[in-house]
Write a protein that binds this ligand. Structure first.
Ligand SMILES: [Zn+2]
Length: 128
C-alpha cells in the first residue's frame, strides 16, 4: 500500500499551469516515477498518445502506452473544485496513483492524490 507520494515543486507547477491553460477542458498526463517501499516519487510527466481532451472525462487507451513499470499513474484535471475521483476515474485508473487537480488550479490545496482504491494519500512537495 502506498503511504506517501512526492512531487517536485516545479513539476507540480507545470501540472497546475497546463490545467489552468486548458480550462474549461480537462487535461490528462501520465506520471512517471519510482517506488521506494511504500513511497512513490513522481519524477516526470508524459503526454499520452491519443489523449482525448474535451468537456467530459479526459481519457486515453491504456494499451497505447509502452510496458514500462516506471509509469506509476496519471493526473487529470476537474473543471470543478471537487478533488474526489469519480467512479469512472476509479474504474479507468491506470497505475498506482490517481492525481486530480481541481479548479482554480492555484496550489497544493487544489491537488488530491489517491490510490487505486480511492483512498487519499498525502502529497509531499519536494524543493528539488
Ligand atoms: Zn476525474
Amino acid at each position: 500500500m502506498i503511504t506517501e507520494v512526492s512531487i517536485s515543486r516545479k513539476l507540480l507547477k507545470s501540472i497546475l499551469d497546463s490545467a489552468r491553460e486548458a480550462y474549461p477542458k480537462e487535461i490528462i498526463l501520465v506520471l512517471r516515477g519510482k517506488q521506494k517501499g511504500q513511497k512513490i516519487e513522481i519524477t516526470d510527466l508524459i503526454i499520452p498518445p491519443l489523449a482525448t481532451k474535451g468537456r467530459g472525462f479526459a481519457s486515453f487507451p491504456g494499451w497505447m502506452l509502452p510496458m514500462d513499470f516506471s509509469l506509476i499513474g496519471s493526473v487529470h484535471s476537474h473543471p470543478s473544485e471537487a478533488l474526489n475521483p469519480s467512479t469512472h476515474d476509479l474504474n479507468h485508473a491506470f497505475g498506482k496513483v490517481i492525481m486530480i487537480v481541481g479548479y482554480p488550479f492555484a496550489n497544493i490545496g487544489n491537488v488530491g492524490v489517491f490510490n487505486r482504491a480511492g483512498n487519499r494519500t498525502p502529497l509531499l512537495v519536494r524543493t528539488d
